[in-house]
Design a protein around this ligand. Structure first.
Ligand code: ADP
Ligand code: MG
Length: 364
């Protein structure tokens, strides 16, 4: 491994991922313990004051919701009064407060954190894992952000790096990174759509390759639409089957976790058994892929409307595109792939794992 390497980091809303280009030119993902390549973008402080990041934070989330920060990327570089912050405040269990300059402040374990500090915690974890794996200190990184991020939001990510002495040598757009991972910059020209459906957000970007550089022609999205909504669509039916009209928060969390597991199993199997609880009193329910596809159809149609608008804003038709790229863990769902093919009238590119493609491109 060369000295002072630069790693590529996909700092995601739900999960983050890192990759590196090896000396021979191979692009490689950096593995975490347990063979996983992505790490939950979650930061928490437990009742003993220990800081937890990634899987450790996710594991205790249900027991410690007030001190567990997830989805905070949506708050990055936003003012407390903004619509996104107002909407987030209603759905998260942690405290979201205004700071002195109307920026957002989060309280975790009786301490106050800026969004820079939370992002820094996650970046630092990724850097540590990479340094351990590569057996060399990591001081530089390329970090990706959504194409619609403004200067203030990009600056926040750079500042997060500074806090931990990690130089963010370049901020690049997530869709551009995905296009680089597919080597689309090797062509002479072309127009591409990048359809990114993650855990809690949907983004569509139309990119145009001009003289080897990608220009963003238009972006669109929904900051409150993603795989979590698929989980909720399933959970709603499970709670109905359980006869629960006013379920306790603990039960809701448990049903949501079971629903997510079932959803992911249905990516590979036509049906699965969802289980809530344990032992003799456990609730068992067979969930079929075909029924879930019906439940999520309205959500997919929402993404379709956003895609049509983005095409229009970019001044291109679906037929004029040279390719469509799938990004985000939720695009593994067969119905999502089929829907993307339907709206764009072509098979999308999806051979590279959609939750790793952005990190791989960042490394490139
Ligand atoms: P983000 O960009 O928001 O950080 P990701 O791209 O990691 O998020 O996507 C996370 C979402 O992908 C979650 O909703 C998760 O349940 C979903 N997901 C991951 N794997 C699968 C799978 N095999 N089948 C269906 N959904 C999946
Ligand atoms: Mg993502």
């Amino acid at each position: 491994m060369h000295k002072d390497p630069i790693i590529g980091i996909d700092l995601g809303t739900t999960n983050s991922c890192a990759a590196i280009v090896e000396e021979g030119g191979n692009v490689k993902l950096i593995p975490y313990k347990g063979g996983e390549y992505t790490i939950p973008s979650i930061f928490a402080i437990d009742d003993k004051g220990n800081e937890l990041i990634g899987y450790e934070a996710k594991r205790q989330w249900q027991l410690n919701p007030k001190n567990t920060i997830y989805g905070s990327k949506r708050l990055v570089g936003r003012t407390f009064q903004s619509d996104v912050v107002t909407a987030m405040k209603k759905v998260v269990a942690y405290s979201v407060r205004p700071g002195k300059k109307s920026e957002v402040v989060l309280d975790v374990g009786k301490k106050e954190f800026s969004l820079q500090e939370i992002s820094a915690k996650i970046l630092n974890k990724i850097r540590d894992v990479a340094a351990n794996y590569l057996k060399t200190p990591i001081k530089r990184a390329v970090v990706t952000v959504p194409a619609y991020f403004n200067d203030r939001q990009r600056q926040t990510v750079k500042e997060a790096g500074k806090l931990i002495d990690l130089e963010v040598v370049r901020i690049i757009n997530e869709p551009t990174a995905a296009a680089l991972a597919y080597g689309l910059d090797k062509g002479s020209q072309g127009t591409f759509a990048v359809y990114d459906l993650g855990g809690g957000t949907f983004d569509i970007s139309i990119l145009k390759l001009v003289d080897g550089v990608f220009e963003v022609k238009s972006t669109g999205g929904d900051s409150a639409l993603g795989g979590d909504d698929f989980d909720r669509a399933i959970a709603q039916r499970v709670l109905q089957a359980l006869g629960e009209t006013a379920p306790a928060p603990g039960l809701v969390a448990e049903v949501l976790a079971a629903s997510r597991k079932a959803k992911e199993a249905l990516t590979d199997a036509p049906e699965t058994e969802l289980v809530v609880g344990a032992g003799a009193g456990a609730h068992h329910q067979t969930v079929r892929r075909s029924e879930v596809e019906e439940w999520i159809r309205p959500l997919l149609q929402k993404t379709g409307a956003v895609c049509r608008r983005a095409l229009k804003d970019a001044g291109v038709t679906a037929a004029e595109l040279d390719g469509v790229i799938l990004v985000g863990g939720s695009t593994r769902v067969p119905a999502v792939r089929a829907y993307v093919a339907e709206i764009f009238g072509r098979e999308p590119l999806g051979d590279i794992d959609p939750d790793q493609v952005v990190a791989l491109g960042a490394a490139v």
